[in-house]
Design a protein around this ligand. Sequence first.
Ligand code: GZL
Length: 337
Amino acid sequence: MKKFFIFGLLAAILLWGCGYKDEAAEKKPLVRAEAVDTGTVLITVGFIQTGKESDWRDANTNDFLQTFTREKGYNLIYIDGNSDPERQVKAAYDLIAQNVDYIIIDPIVEDGWEDVFMEAKEKGIPVIVSDRQVNVNASHYACWVGSDFYKEGQNAAKWLEKYLEDKGREKEEIKIVLLEGTDGATATRGRTEGLYSVIDKHSNWKVVAKEYGNFTQGEGAQVMEGILNQKIEFDVVIAENDNMMFGAMNAMEQQGIAYGVGTDVITISFDALQEALAKVIKGELMVTVECNPLIAGLTEKAILDLEKGKRIEKVHFVKETVFTQENTVLHLMERKY
Ligand code: GZL
């Protein structure tokens, strides 16, 4: 243990020398949680999650819990943000007070993080932003790991473009219902901007209803029910995650509206949950744009690189696919979430 501890101290000295920090912050002594039961030195990682709003989120959480284990040398402090941005910020201050070695944050929304990130930086605690992003100067955190939400939105709309062309409907008036995620969340902002970067190219495409569903199945059903009750006509339903699409499908079923392949309603969503892929194969869902929740591996690599005093990239994108009727069967069995 002593040898490991000395190595850890050397790494710490190296870390301050060539890590991403350039300010004369107080050098945080390399404090590692002493695991009483095994006598090993652990890296204490505080992980602040958004909550449990979707199946995607559960897969993302499980990935972190299965990656940052005691057996692998981590003392993980997991905090459920309970879908409350203020609770997340308070949790970050608490972790700083506990003098953890690293803080990983899956932010619910982008705003409200500047002060606590400055505090962590002053205390010499590296922060890694995971999944969604924050409106904070990039010099105040070590790196961001996640998806290219703008590209996801573009990919969804480009699929619709090609689908309509293949059906000879490129000149037809297309009415779109858009169920957005959470107001102020990067996944919402990026997907919506990406979708509109294509929608705006088509004067015959019109978004006839746009509501926030906060990425939950219940709210997806609720807002879709409200849209149906307004008797708004539509040709396409785009949901910014699979759970909201499942809720919208339930609402359409309640009113006897058929959707999917061979019907008048085109269905498009994001995340690519196993349940969504099964619906693609059945034809109920026509495309789901993957948003890979398995981010913990890239996050752990960033931490281990920092431990070794390596300089790390500021942005790390995860790999993603677009699942349609043509390619889904090939991937169904290999899916981890
Ligand atoms: C995307 C992630 C979104 C998912 C939703 O990276 O932030 O939040 O698309 C989840 O399912 O709730």
